[in-house]
Design a protein around this ligand. Sequence first.
Ligand SMILES: [Fe+2]
Length: 399
Amino acid sequence: MPAEPLNSAARAAMEKLNAEAERAGLHIWLRTQANAPAQRPWFHDSALGAGGALAQGRVGANQMKAAAHHWRWQEISPYLERIGDIARNADVSPIEFADRQQFLLVNPGLGGRLQVASTIRCAVSIYNPGDVAPVHMHTPNATRTILSENGGYTTIDGERCVASRGDLILTPNGTWHDHGNDGATPVVWADILDFPLLEFLDCSWIDEDFPGEREGNARAQKPVHTNGHSERLYGRGGMLPGFVSHRRGIGHDTSPVFHYRGSDIRAALDALRAEAGDPYEGITLRFANPATGASVFPTLDYGAQLLRPGAATRWKRETANAFYIVLEGEGSTELAGRRFDWRTNDLFVIPNFLWRRHINRGGKDAVLYLCSDRPLFEKIGQYRAQGRSPENDVAELAV
Ligand SMILES: [Fe+2]
């Protein structure tokens, strides 16, 4: 498409009309430039460089492109301690005026929006001993990945989940849930949500008027199941209980299992370590809805991957976004012209369309937890993936 209009007098005349229409408050825009998508054509673009650029002018005004970004735990975690200190000495608890004690990760390419990718939000939260986040439900799907050794508790749909480091706790859309720390030391976890997507769709709401029985300080729901409920029901692969509904809460297509234990995840990865694995990903696990095999949320897929010492995956790119938390080890993720050297508890995002590969440069295992919006892209018919062979040939992995 031409960079400049073929007839600039015509364009000037059109812009004059645009100014007139704006003065008249008509809320229309006469088109004076070509449409310019922010991405390059998928199949034509096999170079490692970043794909596409934002348009100029009126077309570009509403375009934004997430940047690849790496948040180093060493740099950001002191702010958690400072939040915790302020909360301990507060005249008014931050939970009272801000709902949570946390910082949100802000992607530098998204104009200050509170999101790490087009569909994904991530916050890192601290709960001091005794803190409670009152019971509520909402439309966004959410998880927390426990980073401290003691992970406090989350009660979801009447099931209390007592957590430890490496656990993944789900609060699917439409489930009543509350969190707290009844231990003796602060609890830290990463919250990941599809909040930006629900906001974009103007379908984000929250309800704090819990209709059931409460307990203790009356801010938390009273558990109605004994601990380990979902593990008892679904904890053996390939066997499903026949006497319960696999739908929990008022959401649709979400997992009835709320708690994946870090120790189980690590043991499962370890049991697979002698397998060849995926040349683009290493040894991988997906957390699945046991009743359907689908992703735990309709929008987001969660997984864990083991990179053995010396492992170097092949280059891969997808139309979906990938957000990572480093649970264990040290390594690098290479992008076109950039490299993230990550270590334990670091977080990083690889936005869609970017080529990337992972390398474990250390002498120990590296474990990454992944959150991807691949299920959403699949549902709207837009999921594609490509990989590069050692000879640098590009193969279609998903078309
Ligand atoms: Fe919530």
